[in-house]
Write a protein that binds this ligand. Structure first.
Ligand code: B4P
Length: 195
């Protein structure tokens, strides 16, 4: 039963590492960004609503995101643990997640903070724009996403650090190296790979 959060600026490698950790730890990786994009592909109302915010690099409103996560975390596969990628991103989302966990008698085991400097994150996202054409990966929108991260999401790290939950991992270097670093720091906290 491992419950983890992955926090870091856009481009730090959250989505990349979440997929790898999900496999290594045997828990589902739940990415709010991926859920919004899947809904957009499926043409749902939620997808269209999310797109109007994502394209501008804004956060999707808390009420929408919180309901989505509360629903996803009650699915059977999240019973035995989860890795949340990109949630919570605001103080209100932290409050909602706290309430959800308390209501279910659960708590978090660790918050992985993935770090990367701005030059690197911008260059990764511009490369992804060339490779995948994501509509929120233009330079102006990327800069806005980074600002929003600094204003609204970075302060959450202190909240979790005060609870003794944060493990800080350098997100620079090869994807494999970063994965090994995360697995190692989690293992030091007694969070081990699935057999
Ligand atoms: P996300 O989907 O979470 O997008 P992101 O912050 O850019 O991170 P992502 O996971 O995609 O990128 P990664 O760093 O892994 O969110 C998108 C939008 O959804 C938000 O802006 C917001 O509008 C909305 N949203 C999501 N969650 C929300 C919430 N809780 N509340 C409100 N709104 C929300 O990787 C970036 C690139 O780097 C990739 O191309 C990858 O291949 C590359 N990369 C990764 N590791 C690397 C390495 N070690 N070396 C070189 N390249 C690497």
């Amino acid at each position: 039963m491992t419950r983890l959060l992955l926090i870091g600026p856009p481009g730090a490698g959250k989505g990349t590492q979440a997929a790898r950790l999900s496999e290594r730890l045997g828990i589902p990786a739940i990415s709010t960004g991926d859920i919004f994009r899947e809904n957009l592909r499926a043409g749902t109302e939620l997808g269209l609503l999310a797109k109007s915010f994502m394209d501008r690099g804004e956060y999707v409103p808390d009420t929408v995101t919180n309901d989505l996560i509360a629903d996803r975390l009650t699915a059977a596969d999240a019973d035995s643990g989860f890795l949340l990628d990109g949630y919570p991103r605001t103080t209100e989302q932290v409050r909602t997640l706290d309430e959800f966990l308390a209501d279910h008698g659960h708590s978090l085991d660790a918050v992985v903070q993935l770090t990367a400097d701005e030059d690197e994150t911008v260059s990764r996202l511009l490369k992804r724009a060339r490779d995948q054409g994501r509509s929120d990966d233009t330079e102006a929108v990327i800069r806005h996403r980074l600002e929003l991260y600094a204003q609204q999401t970075e302060p959450l790290i202190d909240v979790y650090a005060d609870r003794g939950l944060v493990v800080r991992v350098d997100g620079l270097g090869s994807m494999d190296d970063v994965t090994e670093r995360i697995v190692a720091v989690l293992s030091e906290r007694g969070i081990r790979q699935a057999a």
